[in-house]
Design a protein around this ligand. Sequence first.
Ligand SMILES: Nc1ncnc2c1ncn2[C@@H]1O[C@H](COP(=O)(O)OP(=O)(O)O)[C@@H](O)[C@H]1O
Ligand SMILES: [Mg+2]
Length: 333
Amino acid sequence: MVAAAGKEAPTGGASARWESDPILSVEHLTMRFGGLVAVGDLSFNAGRGDITALIGPNGAGKTTVFNCVTGFYKPTEGRIVMRHGPGRQAETVEEVTNSGLRWKKEGDKGIFLLERMPDHEIAHRAKVARTFQNIRLFGGMTALENLLVAQHNPLVVASGFTVGGIFGLPSYRKAEQAAIEKAVYWLERTRLIDRADDPAADLPYGAQRRLEIARAMCTDPQLLCLDEPAAGLNPRESAELNELLKFIRDEHGTSVLLIEHDMGVVMEISDHIVVLDYGVKISDGDAETVRNDPNVIAAYLGVEEEEEIDIPEVLEDVSAAAGKAGTGKGGKA
Ligand SMILES: Nc1ncnc2c1ncn2[C@@H]1O[C@H](COP(=O)(O)OP(=O)(O)O)[C@@H](O)[C@H]1O
Ligand SMILES: [Mg+2]
């Protein structure tokens, strides 16, 4: 599969995957906390097979969007459509919406209205997995055990829901073997196989981040949501993370929704970028479109100013992230 972001219409004409084949549609999403509007009337699509980045300054509402998509929060308003199978499936979406049901699945196709579903159902039925801004692993369990726990559901089903099944049924032993194989596969992919038997809490920070992604992938998600996976990583780890995410997209066909602060990471790997500021969408398109959008530059400069980082340096960062050739020392963004 070729990611042809460069060829797509700037703000997502009919040729953009996020318009023609969205795996996720967030529609008029609003989330209020008392008087605070954390997310206000937000709409965007994430294309099937794309890496979609949700970016924006601190407090912009990015994690809140994730919490709504993954069922940790119930949105104040809005519809969140997750699709299995190709295309918009507009008729089925309306049918499920009007029926009052939470989801409808037929063969490989499925429509899931995430705002109606509890988090465990979103994970297991709609096949949306997530990681957290603050790592949440079972620290006392080994890396391998963390990945086996993630596959708890198929194992319980294979046991026939009985203790006898766990010890006796061939189906259970087969499922257990498959679970271990999958865990080992992802431990290898995330370069953690040598640490498989170490408690998760003993792993270095970067390794814990990778283990979280491995754990999410063990649930066979169609959409993987990552909340600031590069936070706290050194440049080498960050580059490795990029490779891992591209592997997940290109070799596994898993769509990725990524919250990221690091503009370099975002610009390098994203097919599509949605920019939030104060809970409102200020830009939406491919990397080229977004990095040239004055609204985006203004929002980022605003934040950096608060953090007392000098402006020429920021401008340099922005133009470096934008992949502009030349040194651009103190140059204009
Ligand atoms: N559970 C909550 N209760 C009250 N306010 C919240 C809650 N979660 C987030 N907020 C507020 O919503 C806004 C957006 O937060 P968040 O989604 O975490 O931003 P981001 O992830 O973009 O940094 C912030 O003002 C934050 O304080
Ligand atoms: Mg956040």
